[in-house]
Ligand binder design. Structure first.
Ligand SMILES: NC(=O)c1ccc[n+]([C@@H]2O[C@H](COP(=O)([O-])OP(=O)(O)OC[C@H]3O[C@@H](n4cnc5c(N)ncnc54)[C@H](O)[C@@H]3O)[C@@H](O)[C@H]2O)c1
Length: 458
């Protein structure tokens, strides 16, 4: 199938590369000439496990091309996938201007019977609006606009795309839906569930799914706070909750508040959709407010830990919004680091992939790729991203590098007793600080299930 993906960002490029891997003839088109120029020299604009190898393979096979000429890229195609950004606009609504602009660019050159598909996350009614934009330009042209929301996660984007939990196809016309079924046939043949529905349902599914996942995070963060104040252990509690198959164990790790390019803007857009239909979504409205507060509260707790220290320095480990990506959009670090700096704290930092993206947005931070160099002279180490290299930190080397002996671990990566043995005061989320209060119930949280025994890590 001849496919053009409009927008070569995290979703568009992954989609284009993976579709070429499935055997389709793909053009990835983007208005960012620099991005396309680099792609044409084999340089990907972001880091994503396995994507560069797959791209190189399909470029070599002649199935994958890149272009900044949208008119050329959109002409004579079976499918046009729109995967441009839909950032948060003023008042929290989704900014659909890139989607509208993309629709206007493809309209003049579209062939009859082309299927346009919205892969971007868009509010209910956008497929209909895009249809109107194209119809305004092309009058009687016979074409379809469908919705096919994307659920991939940065960090595991390639496998998420090729082996998804489900494929959702929103089409108000059977022929258009069939074209998408054909597009995904190699994936569907592996038994991946397919949901075919109307465009409005498909649009809502994406927002509702992200809102629900964000709710899980917000919920476990609140439970973690409760654990802290009652000397509980969120590790054991989350495990006990997650073993219930109705709940599941994913998204039950406490952290510094959700971030990234999707959850913050998608929860806001979902809440706004509710308000605009006069069906408010109070759970999500509360979640958004609590998530913002959480980042402020973490900053305040760090400052409390530094009380009495003159000219304090904090080493921040992790700027990406999560591990295995270089994406810093709405990352906790972007909120917490400026709050610390405004209170007179000097910040040093380390992130294996996201350093360059973060450095552009966080002035006056001293970066180093070596965590021990980044930690040198710091009074407190603040872990914000769950990178594996931070889990493997050597306490002896840290102690030698740092001025102080404080660790605030917002991802519960480290072993509290180990930290204490090396003389650190160790604060994490949902576990009592160590050594301020010794845990009484440290080993009390084992449970039995069939023949398997789960034990809380501390
Ligand atoms: N990033 C994720 O993990 C993820 C997951 C699922 C869904 N989504 C959704 O997918 C969409 C894209 O997200 P992203 O993270 O890939 O964004 P992104 O910012 O990484 O990429 C968007 C790209 O679109 C290009 N673009 C903008 N206007 C254009 C136009 N008129 N014509 C051609 N190209 C244009 C930009 O130059 C950019 O390269 C969003 O709606 C997002 O919510 C993202």
């Amino acid at each position: 199938m001849r496919v053009t993906v409009v927008g070569a960002g995290y979703v568009g490029l992954t989609t284009g590369v993976c579709l070429s891997q499935l055997g389709h003839e793909v053009i990835c088109a983007d208005i960012d000439r620099d991005r396309i120029g680099r792609l044409n020299t084999g340089v990907l604009p972001f880091k994503e496990d396995g994507l560069d190898e797959l791209a190189a393979e399909n470029i070599a096979r002649g199935r994958l091309r890149f272009s900044d000429d949208l008119a050329m890229a959109a002409a004579r195609r079976d499918l046009l996938l729109i995967a441009v950004g839909t950032p948060k606009g003023a008042d929290g609504e989704a900014d659909l201007s890139f989607v509208r602009q993309a629709a206007r660019s493809i309209a003049p050159v579209m062939s009859p019977k082309t299927v346009v598909t919205l892969k971007s996350t868009v509010v209910v009614g956008t497929a209909r609006e895009v249809r109107e934009i194209i119809a305004e330009e092309r009058g009687a042209l016979d074409f379809w606009v469908t919705s096919n929301p994307e659920f991939l996660r940065e960090g595991t984007a390639v496998s998420d795309f090729l082996c998804p939990d489900r494929i959702v196809i929103g089409a108000d016309d059977r022929d258009a839906g069939e074209r998408l079924v054909e597009l995904y046939r190699p994936i569907l043949e592996k038994g991946v569930p397919l949901l075919e529905t109307g465009t409005a349902n498909a649009e809502l599914i994406k927002y509702a799914a992200n809102a629900f996942l964000a709710l899980k995070i917000g919920f476990i963060n609140d439970v973690a706070d409760l654990c802290e104040s009652m000397d509980g252990d969120i590790g054991a509690v989350a495990k006990g909750i997650g073993l219930d198959s109705r709940i599941g164990s994913s998204f039950l790790m406490p952290g510094p508040g959700y971030g990234g390019s999707c959850f913050p803007k998608d929860t806001e857009a979902f809440a706004r959709t509710g308000r605009s239909y006069n069906v408010p979504q109070p759970l999500i409205e509360t979640l958004i407010a609590r998530n913002d507060l959480r980042k402020q509260r973490i900053a305040r707790r760090v400052l409390e830990e530094l009380a009495g220290i003159s000219d304090p320095t904090v080493a921040v480990f992790g700027a990406a919004f999560k591990a295995n990506t270089d994406d810093v959009r709405e990352a906790a670090a972007l909120h917490i680091v400026p709050a610390l700096q405004q209170s007179g704290v000097a910040v040093r930092a380390c992130d294996p992939w996201a350093r360059h993206n973060a450095a552009r947005l966080l002035p006056s931070v001293v970066w180093d790729d070596d965590p021990y160099v980044a930690a040198s002279g710091a009074d407190l180490l603040l872990i914000l991203t769950e990178w594996e290299i931070f889990r493997l930190l050597n306490f002896g080397q840290l102690a030698a590098a740092m001025r102080g002996r404080r660790i605030f671990d917002c991802r519960n990566l480290l072993e509290p007793q180990e930290a204490m043995r090396h003389g650190f005061r160790y604060v994490s989320l949902g576990r009592a600080p160590i050594p301020k209060r010794e845990k009484k119930m440290a080993h009390a949280a084992g449970i039995r299930c069939a023949n398997r025994r789960f034990r809380s890590p501390n």
